[in-house]
Design a protein around this ligand. Sequence first.
Ligand SMILES: Nc1ncnc2c1ncn2[C@@H]1O[C@H](COP(=O)(O)OP(=O)(O)OP(=O)(O)O)[C@@H](O)[C@H]1O
Length: 465
Amino acid sequence: MSRFYCRDEELRKLNKRYENGKFECVVIYGRRRVGKTALINEFCKDKPTIFFSALNTTGKENLEALSKAIMSFERPNAESSPEFTTYDAALDELTALSKEQRIVFVIDEYPYLAKAKTAISAMLQHIIDHKWTDSQMYLILCGSSMSFMESQVLGKESPLYGRRTAQFKIMPLDYKETAVFHPNLSEEDNALIYGITGGVPHYINKLDVRDSVDEALMENLFDRSSYLYEEPANLLKQELREPAIYNAIIKAIAEGASRLNDITTKVGEENSVVAKYLKTLIDLGIVKKETPITEKPGKKTIYLLADNFFRFWYRFVPVNASAIDSGRIAKTYPHAVKQYFPDYMGLIFEKMCQDYLLYYADALPIELSEIGQWWGTDPQKKKQIQIDIVGTPVEGNDYIIGSCKYRNEKIGLDELELIREYAAVFGKGTNYHYYIFSKGGFTDGLLQAQERGEVQLLTLADIFE
Ligand SMILES: Nc1ncnc2c1ncn2[C@@H]1O[C@H](COP(=O)(O)OP(=O)(O)OP(=O)(O)O)[C@@H](O)[C@H]1O
């Protein structure tokens, strides 16, 4: 079995709740493959646990599976076990167990159960209110359908509303956590692994980098028989009824369409139809909407791929499909894939730098409220500008302005000049603190500017420290 990494904060909080001995109803949700079940297993490994993974079938078959889960807890060595004839009987058995001891009862894939047995949320609500509140039951409801978990389990319409005692939205790992999987690799390799897998532990494991990212990509992604080659299609098929349209939308965004109109034109469907599909992709954590920081959603809102793995796959697999199919990819890889990495990594590096500033928020010269990107038009030069990082203050007029360059060249004073100009166009603050992040380092001129206190300079090595 592979090792379990990170998630310390989630485990600490889950354990703290366990120790209080009181009734808990914890909701755990997040994108598919993000590591929800692995986290629950890690939490439960030394605790009395009934783990029921709901099935995408009928209510009857789910009751059978639930019966088995309860029976294998009560009689771990029995070859066959009786089954409960009703859900009420199974829940009553759980009540009896939780009166005797602290017990963790996990329902994984809860949306499947709620679909198969529509009354289950109301039944759970009833038993929580009448029996479990005073018991030692530690209930965990887990699911990957974000919209279902957010509206039907956490939302006001749900019978379970108000019953939960905590909720955890499990997010992909960030760049530093991703690097924990490969402590012996260089910062550049670790950045790339983050850029390819998006910090989804399952994808990090499946990419399985030993010595070289190039070799791992060739074996475990740019190969038709590999798991990662199939993954986007599998995931879409598993989650959605019309994968073809979703596929076209993701491809359009990966190829650079970011406004609704551009996506619609590429896909060849009505705006309203595409908007509906986009909403589902946002629920799945594949697409995200972005608006310039400090502005409200509106005309400037754009759509981006939230998931780096999808972004990588759709950027490099479709255009190289024939080379992959014919086995020529190893030959074409240097000019068809690898030479575009600095460009591909640009956006990812921006996110890494933003995360870095959030990590060290306490050491920043301002009390940070939000961090994001800003884009708009320079009215004098009549051209579009984009500021990679803007940090807004909780109060006052001091802002952080940052630039991120993922190139193999030294960045010089002209970059500082440029972001000073951009800050003037942004125009919200009166005092700006400048940060420049560069993979390839800095010229002496810029290093001297740092010594004069005009700018903070950080390399890839600095942000991984
Ligand atoms: N923190 C972690 N450290 C190491 N490996 C992990 C971690 N989290 C998940 N994994 C790996 O990723 C795989 C998939 O994770 P898991 O099944 O927990 O995801 P999930 O969110 O429950 O997925 P789904 O919604 O598709 O059921 C696991 O089998 C495990 O190998």
